[in-house]
Design a protein. Structure first.
Length: 80
């Protein structure tokens, strides 16, 4: 069981790493030799267990605020 869990963690870490590298290489504003950027990509891909759920929570909160809590305005009655 532990081996399966570890292999899933490593597989998702690899996918997250490849996605981050793809986005980083496509960005023309950041120099590719910036060591801090590469360090953050490595840290982000190792700690995806924390980052991905927090991102989902943030997206869900924005969706709730935009869709669920948005009530259309009732038409105003003109009593004149």
């Amino acid at each position: 069981m532990l081996i399966r869990l570890l292999s899933v963690y490593l597989l998702v870490s690899l996918v997250v790493f490849l996605m981050l590298v793809g986005v980083f290489l496509a960005d023309s504003t950041t120099p590719k030799s910036d060591r801090l950027s590469w360090l953050l990509i490595c840290i982000g891909s190792l700690f995806w267990v924390i980052a991905v759920p927090l991102s989902f929570v943030e997206v869900f909160q924005k969706w709730v605020c935009a869709v669920v809590l948005h009530k259309p305005e009732s038409p105003r009655r003109n009593w004149n």
